[in-house]
Structure formats: C-alpha cells, structure tokens
Design a protein around this ligand. Structure first.
Ligand SMILES: [Zn+2]
Length: 156
C-alpha cells in the first residue's frame, strides 16, 4: 500500500517501557517490541473495555485499522509470554493527544501527558508524510530518515 498510514492519536504513555522475564541471562534474552499505538489499542479495548469502533474514533483511525493494530499487539504480547521474551515499548506511528483540560492556565504544569508532549526527547516528524516518532535520546531528528518514505525528519 503506497498510501501513508494515518498517525494514531494516543492518550497514554506508560512510565514503564521494559518488561524482563526473571531468570534469563541478558545474552539469551529476546525482545518483543510493542509500539505505543499498539499498546494504546490494547489499553483502550482490553484494559478499559471500550468497543473497537469507539477506540478507533479515539485514536482517529478506522475500526478495521484499530482491529489490525489490536490483533498485532495481542499476538506480540502472547508470543512474548509464551516464549519468555522481554517486552520493550517504543516507537510507532502516533501523536500524543493534548492533555485534557490543558488550557493556557495549565501550561507548564507537570502532568504526565504534558510532560511527554514537551518531553525530554520530543517528537521527530517527517515533513513529507507526517510520520511521527519519539526522538531517541541524544539523536537529532535531522539525522534520522522517515521509515515510511525516507525523508529526513524534523523536530516537531
Ligand atoms: Zn515520511
């Protein structure tokens, strides 16, 4: 599919982004990487119990897209648990929703969401297709290419 996929809106970013099984040497440990938008699908549908169509609306994607995202996320979690793999949460095609009720009065507040939106790493954005991802620490956006279309990313 040549059409760039839509950026998913998410409302939650966990503080804990790494889960490691006990009793496995680091050298033997395999990682399953779950993206933030996949996690959000799991959170909305499986944790919050929201219907898929409604969850899709919240994430600004269609129900079939949400369903695919959810299926992928569930598969990854299942595989990680079955095979004793670590789970790392990172990346994805997403944009953090603005914190609820964050008017001018709350600017500079230290809410979880606000803290992320302006976060230490920030967000790298592809100027061409709009793909966004979390900026890796110490890695300028301009040195990274968009994984979708190959354009150099910008800070934003
Ligand atoms: Zn791009």
């Amino acid at each position: 599919m040549a059409r760039p996929e839509r950026v998913r809106r998410i409302f939650f970013r966990p503080d804990v982004t790494y889960f490691k099984p006990a009793g496995i040497a680091m050298a033997e440990l395999k990682e399953t990487v779950l993206s933030f938008d996949e996690l959000e699908a799991i959170r909305l549908v499986d944790s919050e119990g929201i219907e898929q169509s409604r969850a899709g609306e919240k994430m600004k994607i269609s129900q079939p897209t949400l369903s695919r995202l959810l299926g992928r996320a569930r598969k990854k979690l299942a595989d990680a648990i079955i095979n004793g793999q670590a789970i790392k949460i990172e990346g994805g095609n997403f944009k953090m929703a603005s914190p609820r009720g964050a008017g001018p009065g709350r600017r500079g507040g230290r809410g979880r969401m606000g803290g992320f939106a302006a976060g230490p790493g920030g967000i790298c954005r592809c100027p061409k297709c709009g793909y966004e991802e979390e900026q890796a620490r110490g890695e300028p956006c301009r040195s990274k290419r968009c994984p979708k279309c190959g354009t150099f990313m910008t800070r934003g």
